[in-house]
Design a protein around this ligand. Structure first.
Ligand SMILES: NC(=O)c1ccc[n+]([C@@H]2O[C@H](COP(=O)([O-])OP(=O)(O)OC[C@H]3O[C@@H](n4cnc5c(N)ncnc54)[C@H](O)[C@@H]3O)[C@@H](O)[C@H]2O)c1
Ligand SMILES: O=c1ccn([C@@H]2O[C@H](COP(=O)(O)OP(=O)(O)O[C@H]3OC[C@@H](O)[C@H](O)[C@H]3O)[C@@H](O)[C@H]2O)c(=O)[nH]1
Length: 346
C-alpha cells in the first residue's frame, strides 16, 4: 500500500487498511476497477460518472434514492455493460464488492436539505457510517464530498483547511453543516482506528448543466429566472459573496484527490469571488439585459463571505480550476434553454 499522507490530526496513519475481499484477487475482478458512486444520479455525481465511464477499465455502480437526483442524468449509461444503477438509500446498509467509493449522497441545495432536516442528518451520519462500514469490509478507498459549509459563517477569509469554522450548532442549516462535520469526524476515526484509506474534499459552490431547474441554488435560480423573463431574486443584503466552480473542474479535482496519496481535507473550488448582486448583474448582462433585479428576504445563518484558499489543491493535486464564471454560464444556459424549451431572443 502506498504510504498515505494525512492532513488531519495525528497526521500519518501506521495501521494498514483492511485486506480487500478475496473476490478481488479473482481473475475476473482484476481486469476492472469497481467504483461505487453514491448520489450518482445527482448533479455532480452524474458528471463524475460520465468521466469515470470514459475509462474502459472502470465498472461503475451508482446508488441513489432519487430525492434530488434523476435517472435522466444517467440515461446514456443505463444498459451499458460496465454500468449498474441501484435504487438505494444510504441510511440502509449496502452489500457490494468495490475498490473505490465516491460518497456524494446528500441533498446539497439549502431548500432541499432543510426540507427534512432529520433525514439530512441521518443521511450524513448513518449514511457515512454505512459507507465506511462497507469500505472496511471490502478494503475500499472512500472519498467524502464534504463542503465549504463546515466553515459556517467564516471569520477567516479566504478559508484555509486548518480553519475550524464558525458554525451554529442549532440553526436551520446545522442538519447539513454539522452533519458534514460529523461525517468528516467519522472518516478520520475510521482512518485512525481501522486504517481505512480516506479522502475528504471540501467542495465550494459548484454549478453547471444538469442542476435541477428549480433547485433553489443561486446560479440555477438566476439562470432560470433570466431565461423565463422573471426578476432575479437577490437575497438581502446582496453583498454576501460566493466563489463558483464549473462542474468539469470539480470532477477533475475529485478524481485527482481519489487517485493521489493525500487524505485531505482539501478545498476544491474556484477562488473567483462575487457578491450576489454582481452575480445577478453578470447573468442579466449575459442572458437577458431586459430582466429586472429585485431584492428579497434572506434565510437565517446565510454565510456572509466565502472563498476557498486552494494552495493545498495546487500543491498536492496539481489542480486548479480552468473555467471562469463568464465561460461557464453560457454552457449552463444552453442546457437550461434546452430543458425549458425557450430559445434565445436576438
Ligand atoms: N454542488 C455544490 O455546490 C456542492 C458544494 C459542496 C458540497 N457538495 C456536496 O456534493 C455532493 C453532491 O452535490 P450535488 O450538488 O450533486 O447535489 P444533488 O442534490 O444534485 O445530488 C445529491 C444526490 O444524492 C442523492 N441522495 C440524497 N440523499 C440520499 C440518500 N439518503 N440515499 C441515497 N441517495 C441520496 C440525491 O437523490 C441526489 O442524486 C453532496 O454530498 C453535497 O453535499 C456540493
Ligand atoms: O435566488 C437566490 C438564491 C440564493 N441567493 C443567495 O445566494 C447565495 C448562495 O446560495 P445557494 O443556495 O446557492 O448556496 P449556499 O452557498 O448557501 O450553499 C451552498 O454552498 C455549499 C454547499 O455545500 C451547498 O450544497 C450549497 O448549496 C446565498 O447568499 C443566498 O442568500 C440569492 O441571492 N438568490
Amino acid at each position: 500500500m502506498a504510504k498515505e499522507v494525512s492532513n488531519g490530526p495525528n497526521h500519518v496513519t501506521s495501521k494498514p487498511p483492511p485486506e480487500p475481499s478475496p473476490l478481488r484477487r479473482a481473475k475476473f475482478f482484476k481486469a476492472n476497477m469497481r467504483i461505487l458512486v453514491t448520489g450518482g444520479a445527482g448533479f455532480i455525481g452524474s458528471h463524475l460518472v460520465d468521466k469515470l465511464m470514459e475509462n474502459e477499465k472502470n465498472e461503475v455502480i451508482v446508488v441513489d434514492n432519487y430525492f434530488t437526483g434523476s435517472k435522466d442524468n444517467l440515461r446514456q449509461w443505463i444498459g451499458h455493460p460496465r454500468f449498474e444503477l441501484i435504487r438505494h438509500d444510504v441510511t440502509e446498509p449496502l452489500l457490494v464488492e468495490v475498490d473505490q467509493i465516491y460518497h456524494l449522497a446528500c441533498p446539497a441545495s439549502p431548500i432541499f436539505y432543510k426540507y427534512n432536516p432529520v433525514k439530512t442528518i441521518k443521511t450524513n451520519v448513518i449514511g457515512t457510517l454505512n459507507m465506511l462500514g462497507l469500505a472496511k469490509r471490502v478494503g475500499a478507498r472512500i472519498l467524502l464530498t464534504s463542503t465549504s459549509e463546515v466553515y459556517g459563517d467564516p471569520l477567516v477569509h479566504p478559508q484555509t483547511e486548518d480553519y475550524w469554522g464558525n458554525v451554529n450548532p442549532i440553526g436551520v442549516r446545522s442538519c447539513y453543516d454539522e452533519g458534514k462535520r460529523v461525517a468528516e469526524t467519522l472518516m478520520f476515526d475510521y482512518h485512525r482506528q481501522h486504517g481505512i484509506e480516506i479522502r475528504i474534499a471540501r467542495i465550494f459552490n459548484t454549478y453547471g448543466p444538469r442542476m435541477n431547474i428549480d433547485d433553489g441554488r443561486v446560479v440555477s435560480n438566476f439562470l432560470a429566472q433570466a431565461i423565463r423573463d422573471e426578476a432575479l431574486t437577490v437575497q438581502l443584503p446582496g453583498t454576501q459573496t460566493r466563489s463558483f466552480c464549473y462542474v468539469s473542474d470539480m470532477v477533475d479535482g475529485l478524481i485527482r484527490l481519489m487517485e493521489g496519496d493525500n487524505t485531505g481535507p482539501i478545498n476544491l473550488g474556484n477562488p473567483g469571488e462575487f457578491t450576489m448582486l454582481e452575480l445577478a448583474e453578470t447573468v442579466k448582462e449575459m442572458i437577458n439585459p431586459e430582466v429586472e433585479i429585485m431584492t428579497v428576504e434572506n434565510t437565517p445563518d446565510d454565510p456572509r463571505q466565502r472563498k476557498p484558499d486552494i494552495t493545498k489543491a495546487k500543491e498536492l493535486l496539481g489542480w486548479e480550476p480552468k473555467i471562469k464564471l463568464r465561460d461557464g454560464i453560457p454552457l449552463m444556459e444552453e442546457d437550461f434553454r434546452k430543458r425549458l424549451g425557450i430559445l434565445r431572443k436576438n
